[in-house]
Structures are given as C-alpha cells and as structure tokens.
Ligand binder design. Structure first.
Ligand code: FES
Length: 100
C-alpha cells in the first residue's frame, strides 16, 4: 500500500502523500483541508488533533506541546498539528479536534 496521510478537517477529509519535514498543519493547508489554526507556534492549540494511526511516523512532541497539552492528552493520542512533523513516510491518520 502507498504511504498516505489522511487528514480529517472540520468538513473536508483528504488523503495525501506525506512529506518528511512538513507538519500535519502544513500538509492540511497545502491540500486545502479546513484545519483550524491561529498561531502556528504551538500556543493557541486550535490545531490540536487526534493521531488515530501512525504516531510512530511523527517526530517526538516539542517543548511547546509539553507546555500546552496535558499528560492525559498525550496518552489519548493528541498532538498539536503545527508541531507534529512527519519523520518517516507511512500510514498516518490525523483528525483535527479542537477544544471548542
Ligand atoms: S496553530 Fe496554534 S498551536 Fe498549532
């Protein structure tokens, strides 16, 4: 199976080719998925998402994510889309789930 990144935005879902070095949010913006975001620096948490598959293909969480997200959220599989960088191509599925 081709490596793919499934992006589930507010109303748009797309499956795209993952690009190493780009964030989940960058992929969503480039492919026209309606993914919420404001700061792109890891502070607003609008880009929060649930990684439903393939978290092993992402770089480890950044300092900004550790400051912004609770330990329980990491355990449940949440990341910040703007901070989640693709490390390796593979099957990844991310759903934008903001707080409100
Ligand atoms: S866009 Fe603000 S935390 Fe990601």
């Amino acid at each position: 199976m081709e490596p793919s990144l499934q992006l589930i935005g507010r109303t748009i879902t797309k499956t795209v080719e993952p690009k190493v070095g780009d964030s989940i949010l960058q992929h969503a913006i480039q492919h026209g998925v309606d993914w919420q975001h404001l700061c792109t620096r890891g502070t607003c948490a609008r880009c929060r998402c649930l990684i439903e598959a393939g978290s092993e293909y992402l770089e480890d969480p950044t300092e900004a994510e550790y400051r912004r997200l609770d330990p329980e959220e990491f355990e449940e599989g949440y990341r910040l889309g703007c901070q989640s960088i693709v490390k390796q191509v593979g099957e990844i599925k991310a759903r934008n789930k903001t707080y409100f």
